[in-house]
Design a protein. Sequence first.
Length: 185
Amino acid sequence: MQAAYCASKSGILGFSEALRLELRDGAPVQVVDVLPSSINTPLFTHARSRLGVLPRPIPPVYEPPVVAQAIVTAARHPVRQVTVGGAGRMLEYLQRLSPALTDRLLAGPGRAIGRQRTDLPDDGQDNLDTPAPGPRDTTGQFGRWSFGTSLYTTGFGLHPERGRLGWGLAAALLLARLRRGGRRR
């Protein structure tokens, strides 16, 4: 359902990695990858679909201003990469940990992949070959289920040093606990 979309995102990430390396020596440009989770945009209404019904984003869904704020903040304070939405970051970690487990979780009991179908009929209209006529909205039709903020993005996504500090503290606490447990035996 989203293979071509995912492939294009992978291509953009590869391009930005190469561009970042080419610009590293004194260029007045910084490359930041902004990786949005599911966003409530009109993509799901206007993209070509062969589902027979309109597709929907995989929950949790965030509102477009969450991504816009991340882009503005990253432009003012560049970081290498910003993931918008904690669910996207969690999925990224799971994929690194175990791609097979991630596949099972997405296609398995919770069926995140299966939940990409709405009950709304697809009118067959799309903007793949030509742009949609006239002005369009930036927000999709999934606002009832979307979040207007992402605590993860605000707290950690735009501040990677906080995330590293958090992981470091968690590792130190775990190590201390393991050491205490070893002494008791």
